[in-house]
Design a protein around this ligand. Structure first.
Ligand SMILES: [Fe+2]
Ligand SMILES: [Fe+2]
Length: 234
């Protein structure tokens, strides 16, 4: 199954056909037109979801969306099954799929690493998608979810609906889970081998953390060799 297919599978959970089709339309062609110029950015299949703090490696974007969807749907279950609240799951699913969909437009690559694109220097992913959802006539509830996903400290507004709160917390949790695991793996690599590995993925990071638990710093050295061998075969 292709990576974009993974997103489409998550979309299938949506019951509201109109919202589902509107969401699908954006993920099938994630571009934005500004003053007559079309911006397309990195392919969503290979884009990272961050440059420094989390998911900063090829494929990180899709991993972040899949992980965040799972977290958000679990939060929906907790709210309905434990707290007896009501949640519109369609808004949650669409909100998660779309919240960072224009991030790949804000990055570029020289084949070795990633940096901010010209568009990304001028506008952030949150402003871009908020504007596009308004232009496309999305429901206010959905626009609010996307606009509030960074929370009020790092973004323009605080979540003011249950669905927006779920998306914000799920987004924050996955970013932290990923970022902290990668930082921990980097620190173990530096300790054991004296240097980092570039574009460390989450799978490699969890492998390194596990190897430390099993065999200490010797395990980290072995894991690094294994990862380097695998990378050469790609
Ligand atoms: Fe974001
Ligand atoms: Fe995100």
């Amino acid at each position: 199954m292709g990576e974009r297919e993974g997103l489409k599978q998550i979309l299938k959970l949506m019951k509201d056909r109109t919202l589902r089709e509107k969401t699908l339309d954006i993920i099938s062609n994630p571009k934005i037109k500004i003053a007559g110029r079309l911006y397309s950015g990195l392919p969503i299949e290979t884009s990272p979801a961050g440059l420094v703090r989390h998911h900063g490696y090829p494929g990180g974007f899709i991993e972040h969306i899949v992980a965040t969807s799972k977290l958000a749907l679990t939060l929906c279950d907790i709210i309905t099954q434990v707290y007896g609240g009501k949640v519109n799951r369609d808004f949650v699913v669409s909100g998660i799929i779309l919240h960072d969909i224009f991030k790949p437009l804000t990055y570029e690559t020289d084949g070795k690493g990633y940096s901010i694109s010209h568009l990304g220097e001028y506008l952030d992913h949150l402003s871009l998608i908020t504007a596009e959802l308004i232009r496309r006539g999305f429901p206010l509830d959905l626009i609010h979810i996307v606009c509030a996903h960074h929370g009020g400290q790092a973004g323009p507004t605080w979540p003011r609906t249950i669905e927006a709160l779920i998306c914000h917390l799920a987004d924050q949790t996955d970013s932290q889970l990923n970022g902290q695991a990668i930082r921990a793996a980097h620190s173990l690599l530096r300790k054991a081998t004296g240097e980092d590995l570039i574009l460390l993925t989450s799978k490699e990071a969890f492998e390194i953390i596990h190897s430390k638990k099993v065999e200490g710093l010797k395990g980290v050295i072995k894991a690094r060799k294994k990862i380097e061998r695998r990378r050469k075969l790609r």
